[in-house]
Design a protein around this ligand. Structure first.
Ligand code: NZQ
Ligand code: ZN
Length: 400
């Protein structure tokens, strides 16, 4: 029996092949309850550690105590107050402390913001010149302070990748950089940390991880069935396990599966050799930069509109996604794509997220500002580099 995917594949689709790739992910993962206790086996005893964290959730949920107990006898300096969507201005204070105290290891304890912020700090310490250039000018990072992480929020994949997103508060710019130099040496993933998460952070995390997969999957076919099926497996796991965590945050099994799915969604594995999009993220970052909207929430708004706007060029993969992830069985290509978009939007809504800009009170003024920003940058986005600033405006209007 031919699959629906074969029936509806666009006959104009060129048969492409996957790109060459180098896959190297050196992050050691310590996964499971109680693994924080093994920290000292992974940090040299004579290290001078900067313990970085956020607004204090780790003090309320016991993670701070676990870390301190595991690191008894170490020379530890604390740096707290790394905010969600970490600010360059805050992070530069940590850079100064590291230099002053000759600190030689950073332990980031928190969600994506703390880990991302710590990566930037690690790179900025040894950077010659203005460290903002690492983000604004993609200046190369050649050396970084070694770092490790204790993850407390499954979402970003930062615990197992070399990416970091930092906001300059002064100018409301939110920019990313990536370097193998800032990949954590190890990351502790204890699913019990999920128990204390505010429910909206669970929703954000499910959407963020799901959309990380879509950014690396919803492009065009390149005959890469391993990457495709891993990607589909991660999405199916998030669809099955995410709602279980929302229903009962103390369901250890569901928390564990959610956490591992989020890590696998953005650790390079499913990206190997395949085209990647990231336009939804780039647009979402602007919504956060201008309005402070949570990262996962911005993506849940933009992604269904992106699918609709790019339904022609993304059509083959949307059909495959429809069939394999949502078990959609419509009788035409168009109806299949419509159903996939509707189902994706409905999923985000059932996990408690908004799917339109009006619900987060973003109007035409912001849309115009975002279009201008992309115009100023002077390049298009998307896997085919065919999404222009005017298209970005069109996508945002679609989800208004
Ligand atoms: O600051 P604290 O007090 O720790 O509270 C945090 C924060 O308020 C809280 N929280 C975290 N773990 C908790 C907890 N509260 C109770 N119990 C716990 N176990 O949750 C709030 C949000 O934390 P944050 O770290 O901001 O969330 P997330 O992990 O979603 O990170 C978002 C940031 O990551 C970037 C985003 O742009 C954003 O800046 N991203 C990083 C990526 C990467 N490095 O690869 C990729 C992503 O696409 C994303 O862009
Ligand atoms: Zn993301």
């Amino acid at each position: 029996m031919p699959s629906i995917f074969n029936i509806f594949i666009d006959s104009n689709t060129k048969l492409l092949t996957m790109d060459n790739f180098v896959f190297h992910n050196p992050v050691k993962v310590l996964f499971g309850k109680g693994e924080t206790a093994k920290l000292s086996r992974n940090i040299p005893k004579d290290s001078k550690i900067l313990l970085t964290y956020g607004g204090g959730s780790i003090k309320k949920n016991g993670v701070y105590d676990q870390v301190m107990a595991a690191l008894e006898g170490y020379d530890i300096t604390e740096f707290s107050g790394i905010e969600p969507n970490p600010h360059y201005e805050t992070l530069m204070k940590a850079v100064e402390i590291i230099k002053e105290k000759s600190i030689d290891f950073i332990l980031a304890v928190g969600g994506g913001s703390v880990i991302d912020g710590s990566k930037f700090v690690a790179a900025a310490v040894h950077f010659d010149g203005e460290p903002w250039d690492i983000l604004a000018k993609a200046a190369r990072v050649t050396k970084a302070v070694p770092l490790g992480a204790v993850l407390t929020l499954p979402a970003t994949g930062s615990e197992m990748n070399g990416n970091s997103v930092v906001t300059k508060w002064e100018t409301k710019e939110k920019l990313a950089f990536g370097s193998p130099m800032v990949m954590p040496q190890f990351s502790v993933l204890d699913p019990e940390t999920i128990y204390s998460l505010p429910i909206k952070q669970v929703s954000n995390g499910i959407a963020d991880a799901f959309i990380h997969v879509l950014e690396q999957y919803l492009t065009y076919p390149v005959n890469a069935p391993i990457q495709d099926r891993f990607a589909e497996g991660i999405m199916q796991t998030l669809v099955e396990e995410g709602p279980k965590v929302l229903a009962n945050q103390k369901d250890y099994d569901a928390a564990a599966n959610f956490m591992w799915a989020a890590t696998m969604a953005l650790n390079g594995l499913i990206a190997a050799g395949v085209p990647q999009d990231w336009a939804t993220h780039m647009i979402g970052h602007e919504l956060t930069a201008f309005h402070g909207i949570d990262h996962g929430q911005t993506l849940a708004i933009v992604m269904p509109a992106m699918m609709q706007y790019k339904r022609d060029v993304k059509g083959d993969k949307i059909v495959q996604f429809a069939q394999r992830v949502w078990n959609i069985n419509e009788d035409s290509r168009d109806a299949t794509i419509d159903a996939a978009i509707a189902k994706t939007k409905e999923f985000f809504e059932t996990i408690g997220l908004k799917t339109s800009l009006s619900e987060v009170e973003v109007g035409t003024e912001t849309i115009d500002k975002i279009e201008k920003r992309f115009e100023g940058r002077g390049f298009n986005i998307g896997e085919n580099a065919d999404i222009t600033p005017a298209d970005i405006k069109g996508i945002l209007e679609l989800c208004s």
